[in-house]
Write a protein that binds this ligand. Structure first.
Ligand code: NAP
Ligand code: GDD
Length: 323
């Protein structure tokens, strides 16, 4: 019998890669999608006929209880969230409802319908915020710097708490930034690679950015969803840092992206205060030793390959749109 998995956030970057991975593993994959007035399935269009899409919302526990009763999954991956840090200052309550309390709603639905379900929570390196040690590991204390980071700390601890209170197989992946050609256009990597492609095509003459000094540990999303799946295949639930162990500044990202299109970034990049944040996370770099040792996880794509892949994909996208 094929295993059944439910993904919340299946229309997002990670949801689309995870759905592909689970389909390849022979799972029956269901994806929870929220109601909207326009269809928003671009990232899963190529596999849509192989996924069972079910309507639900992290803001509504009843919808999740009904979905679990109907599908009876063995594994639930909770990837849905208000995931853009900058927006979390403008919509702090919605961010808390979705990214924090939403986790409790899914966990409680799991506990109510079938406590044998294995649960994955999409925790984040944003929880480390103003970092208390370098590199960050599973035991590094949290110091979130945004309403999003605070919400993710809640989501992380409620996952630990449900694991300890109800003996759930609930694991939390503390994932560092991971990107791809499917990344949302508002995140800095995609904003830069898409901007480069538009500048190369003569469609835009500058790129407005905020803090170029921030440093991130950037990996490839398809590598990272493999770690999520591996966590739920372990006998015991646990928490794992998933990262590359390398950090690069936004400026390095910019230099490399423009160079990939034979452009000089200094001619195009302008500073725009609107993209600065009220409180910044200056440096993130994770140590994935535990994930490598226990899960046997490793990443295949490095930073330079990731940037090259994203620039090439955006150049092809812009060309196809022009055609
Ligand atoms: P993403 O592309 O922004 O996708 C977010 C998903 O959540 C979308 O499918 C979105 O649906 C859904 N969603 C938002 N609010 C919802 C609600 N109220 N009910 C149901 N679904 C809702 O994010 P991602 O990059 O794939 O990240 C996946 C998860 O990992 C998120 O929890 C994120 O916070 C976390 N994370 C990401 C990274 C990273 O670097 N990517 C790192 C650490 C942790 P719509 O399509 O309808 O908007
Ligand atoms: N978005 C954006 N836009 N960021 C900019 C810009 C800009 O114009 N200019 C500079 N930056 C800087 C931000 O200030 C931040 O320091 C860094 O680039 C990365 O920003 P994002 O790409 O928006 O990602 P993030 O690190 O805030 O959050 C992402 O990673 C987290 C994991 O650490 C998101 O995917 C979160 O959901 C995820 O949890």
């Amino acid at each position: 019998m094929a295993k059944r998995a439910l993904i919340t956030g299946v229309t997002g970057q990670d949801g689309s890669y995870l759905a592909e991975l689970l389909l390849d593993q022979g799972y029956e994959v269901s994806g929870m999608v929220r109601r909207s007035s326009t269809i928003n399935f671009e990232r899963i269009a190529h596999i849509q006929d192989r996924i069972n899409l079910v309507a639900g919302d992290l803001l509504d526990e009843v919808s999740m209880i009904n979905i679990l009763k109907e599908i009876r999954p063995q594994e639930v991956y909770n990837l849905a969230a208000q995931s853009f840090v900058q927006t979390s200052w403008n919509q702090p309550v919605l961010t808390g409802e979705t990214t924090a309390l939403g986790v409790t709603r899914v966990l409680d639905a799991v506990r109510t319908v079938d406590p044998e379900i294995r649960f994955y929570q999409a925790s984040s390196s944003e929880m480390f915020g103003k970092v208390q040690e370098v590199p960050q590991v599973e035991t590094t204390p949290f110091y979130p710097r945004s309403p999003y980071g605070v919400a993710k700390v809640y989501g992380h601890w409620i996952t630990v708490n449900y694991r300890e209170s109800y003996d759930l197989h609930a694991s939390s992946g503390i994932l560092f930034n991971h990107e791809s050609p499917r990344r949302g256009l508002e995140f800095v990597t995609r904003k830069v690679t898409h901007g480069v492609a538009r500048i190369a095509a003569g469609l835009q003459d500058n790129l407005a950015l905020g803090n170029l000094d921030a440093q991130r540990d950037w990996g490839f999303a398809a590598d990272y969803v493999r770690a999520m799946w591996l966590m739920l295949q372990q006998d015991q639930p646990d928490d794992y840092v998933v990262a590359t162990g390398e950090t690069h500044s936004v400026k390095e990202l910019v230099e490399l992206s423009f160079a990939a299109a034979d452009l000089d970034w200094e001619k195009y990049v302008v500073m725009d205060e609107r993209f600065l944040r009220p409180a910044e996370v200056d440096l993130l770099v994770g140590d994935p030793a535990k994930a490598e040792k226990v899960l046997g996880w490793h990443r295949d794509v490095d930073f330079a390959q990731l940037v090259q892949m994203m620039v090439e994909a955006d150049i092809a996208l812009v060309k196809s749109q022009q055609a």
